[in-house]
Design a protein around this ligand. Structure first.
Ligand SMILES: O=C(O)CCC(=O)C(=O)O
Length: 215
């Protein structure tokens, strides 16, 4: 049952609100919607996703070292939305009713289409995401990526490719949606660093459009 969470009103109210624009040198800027479903609907959605997604902790190879990803994850999408990162092939699991309904809402709010979603579960502040850009070939030359957050607020850090200095930091909060423009993946890297004082879980969903050659 997803109708209670994704009523026309919920998505209409988020799409009616113009996003805040977060400038980033060399890009048109990140767009930010501070609230999409409303906090209480978002709480219910988080509980359902925590309970229903088949979370796993696969091994990846990064800079020649193999080990488990420092978080749990679950990849879902259309049957042909195959993806891979850090040597890890990700055949998609089917959309669940909640993920598919959330995709429709995120498409309505951002005005872009997505055929897959990577769900990441940070169990507490020890779980992280390392520096990277979502610039894999499967995403095509102009990837628009929408990122929706639930649960604990965590810092999302940004640096220019090839530079060590963090130039921006965004606190991603419960029910917040950001839209990353293509230039961001070309010029910038992002990460979710360790935050020892955070004890609560956070769930993040990045919606992507995987492109097949000739599509
Ligand atoms: O958890 C986040 O906010 C970042 C997720 C991310 O960078 C990704 O899925 O590529």
């Amino acid at each position: 049952m997803t109708g209670d969470l994704f009523s026309a009103n919920a998505s209409a109210s988020a799409s009616a609100n113009a996003p805040l624009l977060r400038p980033l040198p060399g890009t048109p800027g990140l767009q930010v919607w501070p609230a999409v479903l409303g906090a209480s609907r978002a709480n219910v959605l988080m509980d359902r996703l925590l309970a229903s997604l088949p979370w796993s902790q696969p091994e990846v190879t990064v800079y020649g070292r193999t080990g488990p990803v420092p978080r749990l994850q679950s990849w879902h999408g259309d049957p042909d939305a195959d993806y891979a990162y850090s040597g890890l092939p990700l055949p998609p699991r089917p959309w669940t009713p909640e993920l598919d309904a959330l995709r429709r809402t995120v498409e309505a709010v951002t005005g872009h289409r997505y055929n897959s979603v990577l769900a990441n579960l940070y169990r507490n502040g020890e779980d992280t995401m390392g520096w990277h850009a979502d610039d894999e070939r499967e995403l095509g030359p102009q990837p628009w990526i929408a990122s929706y957050s639930l649960g604990a607020t965590r810092d999302f850090t940004l640096r220019r490719k090839g530079q060590g200095r963090i130039e921006d930091r965004i606190a991603l909060a419960h029910d917040q949606l950001i839209l990353m423009p293509p230039a961001m993946q070309r010029l910038w890297e992002h990460a979710l660093p360790r935050r020892a004082r955070v004890s609560a879980p956070r769930l993040n969903l990045t919606f992507r459009l995987i492109r097949k050659t000739g599509r």
